[in-house]
Design a protein around this ligand. Structure first.
Ligand SMILES: [Zn+2]
Length: 185
């Protein structure tokens, strides 16, 4: 399912990229069909304890959270940020509060203050806020192809990458544009 390994994001940001790609828009694939699928994914990515029960409401909240993040990734790729999308994201974050934890070295980090899905969302938001400060966030993009929207990390020098994989999406789109031009001639 991964187009190219070079499009993985650095550090913890890869977790965000992986989360968004649990839905494959092009193939109409959904890894989180049931709350049990979601639980297994979260446990495998060390975001949830194995014995933590999840409800249907948790599943739909996580699916909505994922798509709200995808809209931010589309904005990172030059699409206008859809009206109300940050307000919707804020609603989904809701009770997923973060706390500042000081380490013995004097460094501070953000940790989720809640468990369950609140803890998962808090952890992801902590990663995103850190990436925004580090400057890696604008490189995490959703493929410019509306039929794809695969999350990828743009490694181009001038941050101009638009497609999840040039050899796949880019070429296919160019071929489609070429055919459309020929038809209209
Ligand atoms: Zn793509």
């Amino acid at each position: 399912m991964e187009p190219l390994a070079i499009h993985r994001a650095p550090g913890q940001l890869e977790l965000v990229r992986a989360l968004i790609n649990t839905k494959n828009i092009e193939a109409d694939g959904e890894e989180w069909q049931t709350s049990e699928d979601l639980r297994a994914w979260l446990v495998a990515h060390e975001l949830l304890r194995g014995d933590h029960p999840l409800r249907e409401a948790d599943l739909s909240r996580m699916q909505q959270f994922r798509e709200a993040l995808r809209s931010l990734l589309r904005a990172n790729n030059g699409h206008p940020l859809a009206a109300g999308s940050t307000a919707a994201l804020q609603d989904l974050i809701g009770t997923a509060t973060l706390q500042v934890v000081f380490e013995e070295t004097g460094d501070a980090r953000l940790e989720p203050a809640a468990g369950g899905v609140d803890g998962v969302i808090g952890r992801i938001m902590g990663v995103i806020v850190a990436a925004m400060h580090e400057g890696t966030w604008p490189r995490l993009k959703a493929c410019f192809n509306d039929g794809c929207q695969w999350a990828f990390y743009d490694i181009s020098k001038n941050r101009s990458g638009r497609w999840c994989a040039t050899t796949i999406c880019g070429n296919r789109l160019k071929a489609r544009a070429y055919r459309a031009r020929r038809r209209s001639e």
